[in-house]
Ligand binder design. Structure first.
Ligand code: URA
Ligand code: SF4
Length: 206
């Protein structure tokens, strides 16, 4: 079995969108109204990754436009960040039925799209929302322990947050999200430090 990670190299975010919209690589395509490849700035330094589209996202083909999206926008506004500053996508691009968690084979089938989006966007900071998104990067991670931490992943900053849907269900998690999101500024600062060239070691002149 192949994981499908050895794909042709799609050359733009738009091209990935087109491929995703006609993708039938996992069973989730059967129930979708629209695939949701992601949206935002192709020059974004921050990539935000949720779990999978919900009802409203499926209806309109856009990520985080329902109640979770409204809370996400409110949280980002406090940093302050607007949608135009980020690119937002999901681990799986089609809606799981009844908003259930994505299954491992669905995550694997959809992986090449997220992988190539990351290569093309080359973000400095990856913000994961919720457990599934965190596990995609950090399989030993635990959202209850790692939320709000500034971590490193393959030369980038990984900044895990609780999923906004969890914040809508639980006021304590919402409060934690409000606190954690403010550290995004620090995460961006740290990412700039990380990508700066190492200082040159002075060489003795000859
Ligand atoms: N929840 C997600 O994980 N992603 C969306 O796009 C919407 C809700
Ligand atoms: Fe294809 Fe991903 Fe949709 Fe599955 S979830 S059909 S792999 S785009």
């Amino acid at each position: 079995m192949t994981t499908g990670d050895t794909r042709p190299s799609w050359t733009s975010i738009e091209e990935i969108g087109d491929v995703v919209r006609s993708c039938t690589k996992c069973a989730l395509h059967k129930g979708r109204v629209n695939a949701v490849p992601g949206s935002g700035s192709a020059n974004a330094r921050i990539l935000i990754i949720g779990e999978g589209p919900g009802f409203n996202e499926d209806q309109q083909g856009l990520p985080f436009i329902g109640r979770s999206g409204k809370l996400l926008d409110e949280l980002l506004a406090t940093v302050p960040i607007v949608r135009g500053d980020v690119f937002i996508t999901n681990v799986v691009k089609c809606r799981p039925p009844d908003n259930r968690d994505p299954l491992p084979d669905e995550v694997i089938a959809c992986r090449p799209y997220l992988k190539r989006q990351m290569e093309l966007l080359d973000p400095r900071v990856i913000v994961t929302l919720g457990r599934h998104s965190l596990l995609r990067f950090y399989p030993e991670g635990k959202i209850s322990k790692d939320h709000g931490k500034i971590l490193r992943w393959e030369g980038r900053i990984l900044f895990p947050l609780y999923h906004p849907a969890a914040g809508l269900r639980n006021p304590a998690i919402k409060k934690q999200l409000q606190e954690d999101v403010l550290r995004l500024t620090e995460a961006v600062r740290e990412s700039i430090r990380l990508s700066a060239p190492a200082p040159q070691t002075p060489q003795p002149s000859t």
